[in-house]
Design a protein. Sequence first.
Length: 95
Amino acid sequence: MTYYSMDDYKLEGYEKAKAKGKMYNALLKRKSDGKIIKVPFGSMMQNYQDKTGLNMYPHLIHGDEKRRKNYRARASAKVRDGYYSPSWFSFNILW
């Protein structure tokens, strides 16, 4: 998995993903040269919430606290402090 340092990249927003099976792309702007990096995240399965502001998949939001707790327990090992990654976006934006 690729990690992007929060010191080197700024989160610019989100867009609908074109990658098969992914919900969104996070748009990260590299601070050194302004290049935009697209990070696809979120499988096309149910999730707890959608903080992207796009809310393109309202039918996939379940709002179940127990499922959220279980997912976050499983996924927390893949999330590194100070770094963006597909897991970071799923963990913080969708769950």
